[in-house]
Design a binder for this molecule. Structure first.
Ligand code: ATP
Length: 739
């Protein structure tokens, strides 16, 4: 038969103060020896090397207790080591070596070391590797002395664990436990992640609101930039145009004013000349001419009257002049008047003329008054007088005509001069009115220019304000084309735009968030963190689901295998029970699932001992395993009524049936047959042989029948030095050695 367990080597372990090796050459090896020689220490050596953590199971309190304590002949050691060698040519262990050595060392300070083919590994690596080969676990494959009915004494829950272990479900249990641990960790991480998200949520919301505001403000700023571009371009175009237009208008008005002023100056000088010179001169001339004309007229009338009289006298009386007036006197008179008139002709001064005329009148008056009535006139005289009078009349009429014409000319001169003066006056008035009009227009233009200048100042302020508010986004308003209608539209439209812009500026200022880059950056980082956490949460939840699925699958596998295995165990149990008791039956039954307080104890007490310490209460639904036993020919049923031997037989049947289903590579039975009578010992030995066909057995016994079933025997002795020694013995010697 193929033996997976090749050897065990104990060095410094308990009573094995010296290095001792057991090499297994048979499927059933029996260890015999007197009480206290160290047989059980070998079984414990197996427990120890396979990773047993319970000091109680190793019959110790501390790790130190496992180390050779020394004797007078052999000093104590500082380390205890046990080494087992497996033949791994059939890949019993999932490791790529033909032979696998598992070694455990404990030091006096309680430190443990685990080595796999000489390389230090962790305990859990050893446990996992062995569990894969159905070795280790609850230790049902090593039945310690007096522990044969452990499975009977165990609680239904513990019993179930032992069965599960025997069925090789340990690996799945490990996986499940690991899955549950991971699930717990995941749940913790989910909580942590959720709480982190909860922590950042208010800040994130706050930032989101801020960023929304900032974005709104940015939109407002973009809007403002667009509106400002349009507005400023229009305003600039308008101001430029207005300045040019008003400048040109002003130039035109100024030049017109200059023209008007020149004309006015001309008109004034013309008007002045007319007024100062001509009119007065003409008036004086008019007056003297009128006087002269009146004088001439009177003289002409006098002369005409005189002539009429003279002609009448001439016709009637035919008297001579001498008859009327002394001729010399008339001559003298006429001569004097003529002379005076001749003088008057050369006089320009009107007052001189007036004086002359009054002189003439005085002479005429004196002459007339000097005449002494109707003096007779001779016909000749009368005729000459008529002739003279005719000549004088003609002269007077000529003079009158000349003076009348002169008067007319003066009057026409005066009229013309007046007309000229009026015209000049009218022109002057017109020019002044025009001048005033121009000046008023210029004032309007100047006011308009001032207004444009004010608007230009405002425009520059608006550009500055724009820069302060939207920075470089303001640039470019002067780069594009002049917006349509900028130069022709109604100013009220631009005013409306300005009000719009003011409203926008107020809105932006009210938002009061500056450019908000830092807030946006923080929002982005916080959001990324939140998204990262969200993703992590999703991953965690997904992994929780997959872990739950894995656990559920494992539970299903465990459950399936458990029920199938249980069925097989019960079948085998029936057979073994029948064989041992010659009838009756025994059965493992799954209890009703119940909610019960699980009792657990902490194996790692403060002193490293495994005294029962704090009890933990854990609520769980658990269906344990009960044993239903009925012995042949006995009416009473149940474990409680069995004798010590019956209990031993029942537990042996149970242990053996458990090993049948999922045979472990080896099984160590430490005096499991101690309580059996001879007949049962024989049956036990038969069963050992039956088992030996499936598993490698190491049986510690005092029983001859059992020894006889073994293929090889090892004797353990202890001499005076307290050191256990091992020797290979024959069956004949064995009994002796065993005593
Ligand atoms: P039995 O047939 O009575 O069951 P046994 O052969 O199984 O006996 P063990 O229980 O294996 O005997 O051995 C017990 C012996 O080992 C005791 O004599 C005990 O003093 C000894 N022993 C236990 N631990 C140590 C130790 N650390 N150092 C030295 N000797 C030890």
């Amino acid at each position: 038969m193929f033996l997976s367990l090749k050897s065990i080597e104990l060095q410094g372990f308990k009573s094995f103060g010296r290095k001792t090796e057991l090499v297994f050459g048979s499927s059933i090896s029996s260890i015999v020896g007197p009480n206290g020689s160290g047989k059980s220490n070998v079984a414990e050596g197996f427990r120890f090397v396979l990773g047993e953590q319970s000091m109680k199971s190793l019959r110790s309190k501390r790790g130190e207790d496992l180390i050779w304590g020394g004797s007078p002949s052999l000093p104590r050691m500082n380390r205890a080591g046990v080494k087992v060698v497996f033949d791994n040519s059939k890949r019993l262990l999932d490791i790529d070596f033909k032979e696998v050595t598992v070694e455990r060392v404990v030091h006096r300070d309680g430190q443990n070391e685990y080595l796999l083919n000489g390389t230090q590994v962790r305990l859990k690596d050893v446990i996992r590797l062995l569990a894969g080969a159905n070795i280790g676990g609850s230790g049902y494959q090593i039945i310690s002395q007096g522990e044969a009915d452990r499975i009977l004494n165990a609680s239904p829950k513990e019993r179930r664990e032992m069965v599960e272990d025997a069925l090789g479900l340990k690996l799945f249990q490990h996986k499940k436990a690991e899955g549950e641990r991971k699930l717990d960790e995941t749940a913790v991480n989910v909580d942590k992640t959720k709480s982190l998200r909860r922590e950042i949520a208010p800040h994130l919301n706050f930032l989101r609101v801020q960023v929304e505001k900032i974005e709104k403000a940015r939109e407002l700023k973009d809007d403002l930039a667009a509106k400002l571009h349009d507005y400023l371009a229009r305003e600039n175009a308008w101001i430029t145009q207005e300045n040019a237009r008003l400048g040109q208008e002003l130039d035109e008005y100024e030049s017109e004013v200059r023209t008007i002023e020149n004309k006015l100056r001309d008109t004034h000088s013309k008007k002045g000349a007319t007024r100062e010179g001509s009119i007065a001169e003409h008036q004086a001339k008019l007056k003297s001419t009128e006087t002269a004309l009146a004088g001439v007229r009177r003289r002409r009338e006098d002369v005409a009257r005189e002539l009429g009289r003279a002609e009448g006298a001439l016709e009637a009386n035919n008297v001579t002049v001498e008859q009327i007036v002394a001729v010399p006197h008339v001559r003298e008179f006429a001569h004097a008047v003529d002379e005076t008139l001749a003088n008057a002709q050369s006089v320009d001064d009107i007052s001189d003329l007036k004086r002359i005329l009054s002189d003439i009148r005085g002479r005429i008056k004196a002459f007339v008054e000097g005449l002494s009535g109707n003096a007779p006139v001779t016909s000749e005289e009368a005729r000459r007088h008529v002739e003279r009078l005719c000549a004088t009349l003609t002269e007077a009429e000529r003079e009158e005509a000349r003076l009348a014409s002169a008067l007319e000319s003066i009057q026409s001169d005066i009229a013309r001069t007046r007309e000229e003066s009026f015209t000049a006056e009218r022109e002057s008035v017109e020019l002044q009115s025009r001048l005033r009009e121009m000046q008023s227009k210029m004032t309007s233009v100047r006011i308009a220019r001032e207004n444009v200048a004010t608007q230009k100042t405002r425009f520059q302020d608006e550009v500055r304000e724009g820069v302060a508010l939207i920075g470089s986004a303001i640039q470019g308003w002067d780069k594009g084309e002049i917006p349509q209608g900028a130069l022709s539209e109604d100013r009220s439209l631009q005013e409306k735009r300005r009000r719009d812009i003011e409203r926008l500026k107020i809105k932006i200022e009210e938002s009061g968030l500056g450019n908000g880059d830092a807030v946006v950056k923080e929002f982005r980082q916080t959001k990324e963190r939140d998204e990262f956490l969200g993703k992590e949460l999703m991953d965690l939840e997904a992994s929780a689901i997959s872990l739950k699925n894995i656990i559920a699958e494992l539970e299903e596998t465990i459950d399936e295998r458990f029920h199938e295995g249980l069925k097989s165990i019960n079948e085998a149990l029936g057979g073994f029970f029948n064989k041992l008791f010659g009838g009756g039956h025994a059965k493992l039954a799954v209890e009703k699932p119940r909610r019960k307080a699980q009792t657990a104890f902490d194996e790692a007490g403060p002193n490293g001992d495994d005294e029962e310490s704090d009890f933990e209460e854990e609520e769980e639904i658990y269906a344990g395993l009960s044993i239903d036993v009925s012995l042949p020919r006995k009416k009473i049923r149940g474990l409680e009524v069995l004798s010590g031997g019956e209990r031993a037989l029942t537990s042996i049947a149970l242990i053996f049936s458990m090993t049948q289903v999922n045979p472990p590579p080896f099984l160590i039975l430490d005096e499991t047959d101690a309580a059996l009578d001879e007949a049962n010992s024989k049956r036990y030995a038969d069963m050992i042989q039956e088992l030996g066909a499936k598993s490698q057995l190491i049986v510690i016994t005092h029983n001859r029948a059992t020894m006889a079933a073994a293929g090889e025997l090892y004797g353990v002795t202890m001499s005076q030095d307290g050191v256990s020694k091992l020797l290979s013995v024959k069956l004949e010697e064995a009994e002796r050695v065993a005593k």
